[in-house]
Design a protein around this ligand. Structure first.
Ligand code: INI
Length: 143
């Protein structure tokens, strides 16, 4: 059971991250009914939602998907650092694997390249890493 927390800000990009993540999870054997999509306003809101999802006891892993574009926010460095750190903390604090699929780019074009075009799809990577960690922790006897 995987929760996918996805931000609506820059949804042209984040919906592509989401569809890549959902597609790869299904292709790796996760039933669609075991996927829950939780939408939040922006990347800044991802960690809190991820924390609640991870702490709910209802999910084995959380995939975090967002897109921060430097040109769009003067607070880019603060927000991207805080969001990255907070998502990491969710996983370590709860023991529930969190996949990091938040793009931090200079331009929209760079973000689109990482959302299913020439530079792959970061949502796919985050989903696969989450799945691998869920299975790894299980094999190590984690509950
Ligand atoms: N949120 C993003 O996810 N990406 C951005 O590029 C962005 N910019 O450019 O500002 C952004 N801002 C919103 C922020 O994440 C919060 O939702 C907002 O500040 C309300 O808390």
């Amino acid at each position: 059971r995987i929760g996918l927390v996805v931000s609506r800000f820059n949804d042209l990009v984040t919906e592509r991250l989401l569809s890549g993540a959902v597609d790869v999870l299904e292709r790796h054997g996760v039933d669609r009914e075991h996927l829950t999509v939780i939408r939040v306003p922006g990347a800044f809101e991802i960690p809190l939602a991820a924390r609640v999802v991870a702490g709910s006891g209802q999910h084995d892993g959380v995939v975090c998907l967002g897109c921060l574009i430097r040109g769009a926010t003067p607070h880019f460095d603060y927000i991207s650092g805080a969001v990255t750190r907070s998502i990491l903390d969710v996983g370590t604090a709860t023991g529930v694997p969190t996949g990091f699929g938040v793009l931090t780019t200079d331009t929209l074009e760079q973000a689109l390249e990482r959302a299913g075009s020439k530079a792959g799809n970061k949502g796919v990577e985050a989903a696969l890493a989450t799945l691998e960690m869920v299975r790894l922790l299980r094999s190590l006897g984690a509950r």
